[in-house]
Structures are given as C-alpha cells and as structure tokens.
Write a protein that binds this ligand. Structure first.
Ligand code: ZN
Length: 170
C-alpha cells in the first residue's frame, strides 16, 4: 500500500522547513526534545530514562534540582568515607563548643605563649618550635574558656594523650 504513495522528498523537506521556521522557540525546543526521546528509545530500548531538561526549568526549579543532586552526592560521600565523616562530626562539635564559649585568643597570644614557654612543651619540655598543639588548660568540656590565660602549648604527643583530662603542671 505504501508503494502507491508518491513521496516527494524535496517538497516534504522544504515544506517541513517552512513549518519549522514558523514555530516559536519553546515549540522548537519541545519538538527537538521529543525527537531526541524517540531516537534514544530506539537506540537504548525501553530501559532508557530521559534526563530532566534543565533548559525548561525556572531558576527556582533549577536550584531545587541542583540541591537534590548535592544532597544525594553528600549522602554517597558520607557512606563511602566513614572515617572522614566521623572526623568532621567531631570537628563540628568542637567548633560549636568553642563558639559558645566566652573569651578569645589570637595569633599574637600564641606567639607570646611560645616565648613564655621558651619553645618547650608545657608538659614534657621537649622542643615544640616547629610543631605545637594549642591546648585548653581547663578543657572546654569542663567549662574552661577561650581566654589566653586558659591556653597552653603542648607537643602533639602530649596533647593527644591529654585529651580532655586536667593537668596541673605549669
Ligand atoms: Zn610534650
């Protein structure tokens, strides 16, 4: 039956082109997307899942869509890096504790402290000129403050063993 229909390709192409040129931009986008879907379904079969068309989204929808993606990526990252997640959590908790406390110290206070301690660890008196840890004499968890008078410098080894215990050695 199809053999009987005379198909003039040139005429079809030119009239199609004229029809296409008269379409609005939105209609063109929609048409091209529909064509793309048909093509992809033909190549990949029914398993093909079309991507969400970002160009048709309003700015708000786009932001929501991106936020959803970040959420998923974050969840994935948390599952893939359990150690990092744990470390981050404890860091945030520590920051929260520090942020809630009164008093503050700055770099100058630390340098002054370094001079007072003569570049030595406050506990074991080893040399801490190159690397030192800031330590709260009375830990923040035991109601210590961030005042310079509550700060001492320890070598990394001492600081790690001290944790949140109290030392009365200065
Ligand atoms: Zn030490």
């Amino acid at each position: 039956m199809t053999d009987n229909i005379k198909y003039d390709r040139d005429y079809f192409n030119s009239s199609y082109k004229r029809w296409y040129a008269g379409l609005s931009l939105e209609a063109k986008t929609e048409l091209n997307h529909a064509k793309h879907l048909v093509k992809m379904k033909r190549i990949h079969g029914d398993a093909y899942k079309p991507r969400i068309m970002l160009s048709t989204m309003t700015p708000d929808e786009l932001i929501a869509h991106k936020r959803e993606g970040y959420k998923k990526a974050n969840a994935r990252r948390k599952i893939n890096n359990p150690d990092k997640t744990k470390a981050n959590k404890s860091m945030y908790k520590a920051r929260e504790r520090i942020g809630n406390k009164e008093g503050c110290f700055n770099k100058a206070d630390v340098l002054k402290m370094l001079a007072i301690q003569k570049n030595k660890c406050a506990f074991c008196y080893c040399d801490i000129k190159d690397i030192y840890h800031l330590d709260h004499i009375i830990p923040l968890s035991k109601n210590g403050t961030n005042c310079p008078s509550n700060i001492q410098l320890l070598c990394p080894k001492c600081n790690v063993t001290k944790s949140d215990k109290l030392l009365y050695l200065i």
